[in-house]
Design a protein. Structure first.
Lengths: 319, 293
């Protein structure tokens, strides 16, 4: 965790007195200081430590052999087969979870933006997957739904097969046969409500008169959506994709619980690989180097996210 | 998209329509209402199945095809408590409640200095807080682990409290600032002109406007700390383990008991489900760090 490069500038604050005396300035700063100092100490110092550790060869199974190796851990990180797989898995996992849940979330948001019987209740029920503890939801999917013998999925298939006269349904071991889709589906289930909430807020912030005008002018629903709603939603879509990416890249609970990164390393993502390097291989230097690389990758995504948030923020401040 | 052009025709109308048009939002046709409910129930089904299974006997939970109408029982829940889930729940409660209080104690004054009496370059400060939220926690795990180990603070709830506070502080600062920014400037100035002291202003002017925001912020912070797993599983062992750690350990220790697992999953999710439903109007504001209302 560290600071990003120069934060995007927002509009100048509305009314700020020109120059104040030093004491007046400090009087204003005092309430801010505890939070600022706390954040710097707890989030920035560990990152400095990570940077330092990443330049050491350090395995606690071989005590007394800790020494400075400059950038060779980074050379390892960029050439290691496992880490490359982990990077690839992280990209596949994050991209599929975010894209599928944005599409589903958009569909749900469009439905919930209209009035229908029990809309409030439907919204409440739809939020539930996001509120179930992530570890609990991972365990639920693994054991109560994917389990080959008595999981809900095979159980339902079996019931349907019997309904049509077949003696028994297929017995698919979902997690071993389709490890990545299994993890992705459980995460899509968890993140769709998040996307829906942001996009629904976006839809509801749409100026009503424009939609009204489009209707009066006889625009079709499809045309109204494409030419009015979608452009308006763009920044909300961006925001949900970027925030979703930032959260889903960090996925640890689901991988740890559903597949332990397996079979082999087919579902090992970067956080889980770093965890393994740290607590199974005890290669602290390598883990730190991988951590630095993850941070650098996140900075790229976060810069875009910050820009989007800054534009929404600027609107709010100037409103 | 600003409303600066008040004079322009339409701008006033737009403002009028802005948030009030949704009582009159178009209705869904019966077919689409059916689709909406089908989708909703599909998403809710796993939760419903979890809760239902938690009230079944083990034998009824492990049938194929499933038997949703088996007789109901509270056995699994009483079993959980005899398996000592209580200390884990207490650790979770302590970690989330104390970190939430600490977050508010730090975030509210900070938000005050970023909105009501803003420091210079307050937007830069805002984005500094935000940027710390965007970097993966896993990168901090190693140094935090080493530091905590050296300090003899492994397996200590206070370690989690400090980490959760840092994790939630940016969210809280952003949320509280957006709520405090809604305190009307004119009233603040009028109160100051009338010679009201700082405490009076805070209590009489700021608090009434900011209270719902404070509650929403607290709920969001509570949800995130209660659900946190990565630090909890790596930094605690026996004394300070929280509810998610219990869930994972529960499976490996006891083998697979589906009904009991569902009961445990339901029980540990319950506080957050309640908090989330209570705060659902404010949820999106917290999740988007105050960027979306």
């Amino acid at each position: 965790m560290t600071t990003l490069t120069a934060p995007p500038k927002t509009a100048p604050p509305a009314a700020r007195p020109r120059t104040r005396s030093g004491t007046a300035k400090w009087k204003r700063r005092i309430p801010l200081l505890p939070a600022l100092v706390f954040t710097i100490v707890v989030t920035q110092l560990p990152f400095v430590a990570t940077l330092v550790i990443s330049t050491f060869q350090w395995n606690i199974l071989r005590p007394g052999q800790r020494h400075f190796v400059a950038l060779s851990n980074f050379a390892f990180v960029f050439t290691d087969e496992r880490l490359r797989t982990a990077v690839l898995n992280t990209v596949v996992l994050t991209a599929s979870v975010v894209l599928v849940s944005v599409v589903l979330g958009l569909g749900l948001a469009i439905l919930l933006d209209r009035r229908f019987v029990g809309r409030g209740l439907a919204r409440t029920l739809l939020i539930a997957p996001f509120l179930v503890m992530p570890v609990a939801s991972a365990l639920l999917w693994k054991h109560a739904i994917y389990n080959p013998d008595y999981g809900l999925l095979n159980g339902t298939l079996n019931a349907v097969y019997r309904l049509f006269g077949a003696s028994n349904g297929p017995t698919v071991d979902w997690v071993s046969s389709y490890p990545m889709p299994a993890v992705v589906i459980s995460l899509v289930w968890q993140w769709t409500p998040f996307m829906m909430l942001i996009l629904l807020a976006g839809l509801q912030a749409q100026p009503g008169d424009v939609l009204e005008a489009a209707k009066v002018d006889g625009a079709s629903a499809m045309a109204t959506f494409r030419h009015i709603t979608l452009p308006h939603l763009r920044q909300y879509l961006e925001l949900s994709i970027l925030l979703g990416t930032i959260y889903v890249v960090q996925t640890f609970d689901a991988v740890y619980t559903i597949t332990q990164g397996g079979p082999g390393s087919r579902t090992t993502n970067l956080p889980y690989e770093i965890y393994l390097t740290m607590f199974r291989k005890y290669e602290y230097g390598q883990a730190a180097a991988a951590g630095v690389v993850v941070v650098l990758g996140s900075i790229v995504i976060a810069t875009f996210a910050l820009r989007t948030i800054a534009s929404l923020f600027r609107e709010e401040v100037s409103r | 998209m600003t409303h600066a052009a008040v004079g322009a025709p339409g701008a006033r109308l737009r403002k009028l329509f802005r948030r009030h048009d949704h009582g009159g939002a178009p209705r869904l046709s019966p077919l689409w209402t059916f689709v909406a409910w089908l989708a909703t129930l599909a998403f809710f089904a796993p939760v419903a199945w979890m809760v239902l299974t938690s009230f079944h006997q083990e034998a009824d939970a492990a049938t194929n095809p499933p038997t949703p109408f088996a007789s109901l029982t509270l056995d699994q829940y009483s079993l959980l408590f005899s398996r000592d889930i209580t200390p884990f729940l207490l650790n979770s409660a302590m970690a989330s409640v104390f970190s939430t209080l600490l977050v508010l104690a730090l975030a509210v004054p900070a938000a005050y200095a970023l909105s009501i009496k803003p420091v210079q370059k307050w937007t830069d400060v805002m984005f500094f807080f935000l940027s710390t939220k965007f970097l993966p926690a896993i990168a901090a795990l190693l140094p935090v682990y080493l530091l905590v180990k050296d300090a003899g603070m492994l397996d200590n709830v206070w370690t989690l409290i400090v980490l959760y506070t840092a994790m939630n502080l940016p969210i809280a600062v952003w949320m509280m600032r957006s709520f405090l920014a809604e305190v009307p400037k004119e009233i603040l100035e009028a109160a100051e002109v009338d010679g009201a002291g700082l405490l009076t202003v805070l209590w009489r002017v700021v608090a009434p406007v900011a209270m719902p925001g404070l509650a929403a912020t607290a709920l969001i912070c509570f949800i995130f700390s209660w659900n946190e797993f990565m630090f909890a599983v790596n930094l605690t062992a026996t004394q300070a383990s929280t509810a998610p750690v219990f869930l994972v350990g529960f499976i490996t220790n006891e083998g697979l008991f589906l009904a009991r697992l569902c009961a445990a999953a339901t029980l540990v999710s319950l506080p957050v489900l309640i908090a989330g439903f209570a705060a659902q109007d404010k949820l999106v504001r917290g999740l988007s760090l105050g960027a979306v209302k």
